[in-house]
Design a protein around this ligand. Sequence first.
Ligand SMILES: [Zn+2]
Length: 229
Amino acid sequence: MKHKLFYKPPGLPEKLIRLLFPAKCMVCDRILIENSVLYICPSCKKSLPKYERGFVKNFEVQLVDKLFAGFYYKEGMETAIHTMKFNNHPRLTQTMSMLLWEELIKEESIPRFDCIVPVPMYSKKKRQRGYNQTELLAKQLSVLSGVEMRTGLLLKNRMTKPQSRLKRKERLENLKGAFSLGKGSEYLEGKHVLLVDDVVTTGTTLTTCAKILREQGVCSVYAIVIAIA
Ligand SMILES: [Zn+2]
């Protein structure tokens, strides 16, 4: 599967915003050149730790057929993801999706997907943050790939603790009953689904989501993440 890169230059509203708030690199915070499409400077972009393994079976991430990671969760990527999550700026998710897309289209063969499903965020948390970065990422990937994104099929029912801070046993406990199917989930039967998340640390979140999707008759579950820890 060969795809073209798709970089949309900043439009007028964004140019005006940039007059007041100059665009900065999401890794080193340096001010970028005026028409910079990505929120990352060329030198930080070049030194990002690429994963370069394609879609592979990751035995840590059970129930997921194959996983694609763009980068390792270290060096500049850690900072970039942190900026994307906590600096309320949708364009940062766009930069991230383009970086991920650039890695993805290097692949000779990409599995066929019927839909892209973002790992959901608890509604209250989404309201507090103003956005779900994973959903924005999935939306961008949907635009770039032409595969439709489906939200609301998978729901998060409550707040959970960050998985990275827990021990293996606690992680499962933390996610117990945290996800469920939403309205219209019959659609999933027999489908090939691409789950999207920002970072995979232990894989428990992806496995939990994959389990629910499989119980609904999903044919295959692939996953794509920006970075792997
Ligand atoms: Zn930089």
